[in-house]
Design a protein around this ligand. Sequence first.
Ligand SMILES: NC(=O)c1ccc[n+]([C@@H]2O[C@H](COP(=O)([O-])OP(=O)(O)OC[C@H]3O[C@@H](n4cnc5c(N)ncnc54)[C@H](OP(=O)(O)O)[C@@H]3O)[C@@H](O)[C@H]2O)c1
Length: 256
Amino acid sequence: MKPTALITGASGGIGYEFARLFAKSGYNLIVVARSEDKLMQLKEELGEHPVTIIPHDLSEPGAAEVLYSKVKELGLTVEVLVNNAGFGLNGQFDELPLLDQQKMLQVNVNTLTELTHLFLQDIKKAPLPDIPKGVINVASTAAFQPGPKMAVYYASKAYVLSFSEALVEELRGTGITVSTLCPGATDTNFFKTAKAEHTKLVKSTMSPVDVAKAGFLGFVKGKRVIVPGAANQSMAYASKFVPRSTAAKLAHYMDQ
Ligand SMILES: NC(=O)c1ccc[n+]([C@@H]2O[C@H](COP(=O)([O-])OP(=O)(O)OC[C@H]3O[C@@H](n4cnc5c(N)ncnc54)[C@H](OP(=O)(O)O)[C@@H]3O)[C@@H](O)[C@H]2O)c1
């Protein structure tokens, strides 16, 4: 029996590359996003490989339960959950529409939490002792400091990191890996969606292929937190020593 990886946000960017890597490593795929056409493109690219497409909007309250039910109706079980779907919004907190920021929290925080809760029950029972199983939660280097002009986004990623690190401890000894991937700026649609293409962050990006590869390999090795790229690793390390008020000023500077 082959293991299955469910990847959210697989229609582009880092999630698309995660899907290709898990397929190459022999995992069957369940891929989720709103853009059915792009998910179809991924399935076509993977040829005969088993890929189940579930087009779904993860910003709707209750989206996680609906997705979980669909997976059960299809008679599928999941050994690896990759909570990758997410987006940012650039602008002053009190000027950005509240509804848009609530949707961001729904995708980045609530749905991620609910999917983890639902699928962990199955992952715990997975009868495949020798394959890496567990959860990869995609946070960001944004998780390490406050982020003026993307205040809710940075806070949402701090949640993802804290939540996932707590799960590592709770699940110690169970054979379940929980890895948090913390990419820095990556060359995807992220900045366009976030209306952040003017920021200094876009000047130095990693490729989504390299980021997903670091995430995949880190997960297979059972790593707790994965920060891809030497520059991002230095930044993450420095954030342990820099006062948070200074870090916030730096993040604000990078936003311009
Ligand atoms: N790029 C960066 O610089 C960077 C840095 C650090 C962390 N990250 C994180 O990496 C993850 C992937 O982002 P990316 O860089 O690959 O950006 P991306 O190319 O914009 O991909 C985002 C993915 O999330 C999906 N998504 C967004 N809203 C959704 C919704 N409401 N329902 C279902 N799916 C939704 C998108 O699919 P549809 O639009 O088809 O629904 C897409 O597949 C995100 O969590 C992001 O926060 C990115």
